[in-house]
Design a protein around this ligand. Structure first.
Ligand code: GDP
Length: 318
């Protein structure tokens, strides 16, 4: 029987983030009428007592853990405490409260940076903990590995049905466009848009342009999340991606094309490249019956439309 019915009480942690807002939209569109959310100010997930009280009062049946301190390559290297401490606390408090309050299913969302820097490509799930991590986001990765371990430990020791999904680099509506903390795709969208508007000749692209990354449209992740909740009950991470990657240079060219920026790319070698390649092996999820449906150009176009709209709204508010 499906765990998700229209009445299932679902606690969606992190409903305002990129991932959480996509899952929220999807749950609303699908007619789930019993979705519980809390803003950061209403419930600090780092506060163990507050989390316990919240679970005691709300008693969710299903928990989707999409709350996390996240950021791009620079933010990760500048604020490792935030990425390690915050994420460890959030994962510990939410999994423990879920166990204590008999949550029937928990989906823990992580990220592909949990895998070793030099993992085989595409990266299979069983490469977890087989080698050293990429130093620029090690703090975040260690916290996310601990979250998977927590889910597996509750399953092993207490029979809890907690699962973990590891999406590849995500992008889409609701993305972070702050240039210091954002990931590459929204950063380049914004830079190219502004360069076009200001009629500048070149856009700065960090690093060498040679690293390869895989990008998943966040609405596809929302689709995968519901699929996993209904179809998967096993320990360990499950990769969610498209199965295809692209160099940063080609991504920049594609974004320039979507935005209509005709100037040059200026590669800034003083900025870090990060891990050389990050492509997930998605065969496990594919064998279970799920594949991503949004092409990269289509997803970038949708994200650009959302960005223009959000900028417009911001401008209108003054
Ligand atoms: P990562 O996947 O964890 O390395 O995180 P990012 O999305 O931040 O960076 C991916 C790659 O894009 C790295 O090689 C960055 O150096 C490169 N990149 C190029 N331009 C930018 C930019 O403007 N912002 C960010 N965040 N990355 C950029």
């Amino acid at each position: 029987m499906s765990i998700l019915t229209p009445d299932t009480k679902i606690y969606l942690a992190g409903h305002r983030g990129l991932v959480g807002s996509a899952i929220h939209r999807r749950l609303e569109n699908d007619g789930f009428a019993n979705v519980v959310t809390r803003t950061h100010t209403e419930l600090d997930l780092k506060d163990q007592v507050a989390v316990r009280d919240f679970f005691e009062a709300e008693r969710p049946e299903v928990v989707i853990l999409a709350a996390a301190k996240v950021g791009g390559i620079l933010a990760n290297s500048e604020a490792p405490v935030d990425f390690l401490y915050d994420n460890l606390m959030i994962a510990s408090n939410v999994t423990h409260a879920s166990y204590q309050h008999d949550v029937k299913k928990l989906l823990n969302l992580g990220s592909s940076c949990i895998y070793p820097k030099f993992a085989p490509q595409p990266i299979p799930e069983d490469s977890l903990l087989t080698g050293a991590l990429e130093p620029t986001n090690r703090a975040y990765a260690v916290a996310k590995i601990a979250a998977i371990e927590l889910c597996d430990a509750y399953r092993q020791q207490h029979g809890a049905d907690f699962i973990s999904a590891m999406p590849t680099n995500l992008y889409g509506p609701g993305d972070n466009f702050d240039l210091r903390t954002s990931h590459v795709l929204p950063a380049l969208l914004r830079k190219m848009h502004e360069a076009k508007v200001e009629r500048r000749d070149a856009v700065e692209v960090w690093g060498s342009g040679t690293p390869r990354r895989e990008f998943l449209f966040v609405d596809d992740l929302a689709d995968a999340a519901l699929f996993l909740l209904d179809n998967v009950s096993e320990p360990g991470p499950i990769n969610v991606g498209t199965g295809e990657d692209i160099t940063i240079r080609d991504l920049a060219l594609l974004i320039a094309d979507v935005v209509g920026f005709e100037g040059d790319l200026a590669f800034d070698a003083s900025k870090p490249d990060g891990t050389p390649r990050k492509l997930l092996d998605v065969s496990r999820l594919r064998d279970l019956g799920w594949t991503a449906s949004t092409g990269l150009r289509e997803g970038i176009e949708a994200t650009y439309a959302w960005y223009l709209n959000a900028r417009g709204a911001q401008g209108a508010r003054g």
